[in-house]
Design a protein around this ligand. Structure first.
Ligand SMILES: *Cc1c(COP(=O)(O)O)cnc(C)c1O
Length: 393
């Protein structure tokens, strides 16, 4: 059967199987750094690209290639580039499109290091950047300069759950010939395909939903065209941002259950969000599945489901947040997201505690903000745990 005829869950299980000697193995792993050539001619054909044979694992490896092909299929792109982490993916995109004299336009509420690395490192190499509220596409257009060479979005964004209209931003960017990259970590390809909406590049921290089991750190870039793929891939190879075959093999296993994990987590998240919205100690809830979300309609058009990430505000502020964190029992008090376990965190006392209150507020981090990544446990148990912990808040 042609892969093209298969649905999402069938592709998640089967896509990317290579045509090689271990084809009969259902779940092979090539834990090797190098590949032996048949003879000198074979070696030179591989180096010239005439023969597709493998050379060295930093350049390519069948286990990693299976994962790259599978995620590229699910994202409807030309090709995938697997990386050691989500941040290796972000930096590969930056290194490919930014440089001396170039300018970046990015959404203002990004995953912390995706913004921090630009401000602390890329500026040393002559890159400038404008961080704007891209949930209003007009702000993106206003920030574009003649030297703008990349537009970088994250939607829904971390931790404000703001939704950016990918098609609207892509239409603006393409008027000026600027490529658009979308960090699709919060949705995964199961809920959103940015390339279909006009983006040129999509990236993932596969540490989150795609692997989903809190046992590896990994990243992926999918390029829409051969041209973008051919620019991105050598940067990964030559910077040494490659994955290890074992990491790729575990991620490929996690990917197989992506659809059923998200179905379950999202069903739980909807019930948890409704519970929180009705709770007297909660002043507001941001969840794309609630009609109270400011971009509820846009989310419904752009995403196939609201996902499993919820932000909410405790009326009691900082102290209430700490008390709630100290009393959760089932939910794990941990950063990261998108796994089978429910994870909870309080940015003001944890991830953003070193920042001043003003700096936190400028990034949308209020004192009572709690971020919840809803897992696949029994929803009654998740709600009972939150309810007893809220009793202390
Ligand atoms: C975690 C995360 C990253 C970074 O990924 P790592 O795998 O931790 O390097 C980038 N973007 C988003 C949205 C994330 O949640």
């Amino acid at each position: 059967m042609h892969n093209e005829d298969l649905g999402f869950n069938s592709l998640a299980v089967h896509a990317g199987k290579g045509d090689d000697a271990m084809l009969s193995a259902v779940s092979p792993i090539y834990q090797t750094s190098t590949f032996a050539f048949d003879d000198a001619d074979h070696g030179s054909r591989c180096f010239s690209g005439e023969d597709k044979g493998y050379i060295y694992t930093r350049i390519g490896n069948p286990t990693i290639a299976e994962l790259e092909e599978a995620v590229a299929k699910l994202e409807h792109g030309y090709g995938g580039v697997a990386l050691s982490s989500g941040m290796a993916a972000v930096n590969t995109v930056y290194l490919t499109y930014l440089g001396q004299g170039k300018h970046l336009v990015a959404h203002n509420a990004l995953y912390g290091p995706s913004r921090g690395i630009v401000e602390s490192l890329y500026t040393r190499f002559g890159v400038t950047a404008s961080f704007v509220d891209a949930t209003d596409p007009a702000n993106v257009e206003a920030a574009i300069r003649p030297e703008t060479s990349l537009i970088y979005l994250e939607t829904p964004a971390n931790p404000t759950i703001g939704i950016t209209d990918i098609a609207a931003v892509a239409a603006i960017a393409h008027k000026y010939g600027i490529p658009v990259c979308v960090d699709n970590t919060f949705c995964s390809p199961y809920l959103q395909n940015p390339l279909d909406l006009g983006a040129d590049i999509v990236l993932h921290s596969m540490t989150k939903f795609i692997n989903g089991h809190a046992d590896i750190v990994a990243g992926m870039i999918v390029a829409k065209t051969k041209e973008h793929y051919n620019r991105l891939r050598p940067v990964m190879v030559n910077m040494g941002f490659n994955m290890d075959p074992h990491q790729a093999w575990l991620t490929r296993r996690g990917l197989k259950t992506l659809g059923i994990r998200i179905d379950r987590a999202q069903e739980n998240a909807m019930k948890v969000a409704q519970f929180l919205e009705a709770h007297p100690k909660v002043s507001w809830v941001l969840y794309p599945g609630l009609s109270s979300h400011p971009q509820y309609e846009l989310g419904r058009q752009q995403m196939r489901g609201p996902g499993a990430m919820i932000s909410f505000e405790l009326a009691g502020g900082l102290e209430a947040g700490k008390k709630m964190m100290n009393h959760v029992k089932l939910s794990l008090l941990a950063v990261s997201l998108g796994g089978i376990e429910t994870l909870i965190q309080h940015p003001a006392s944890m991830t953003h505690s070193k920042l001043s209150k003003e700096a936190r507020l400028s990034g949308g981090i209020t004192d009572g903000l709690i971020r919840l990544s809803v897992g696949i446990e029994d929803v009654d148990d998740i709600i009972a745990d939150l309810e007893q912990a809220l009793g202390y808040a």
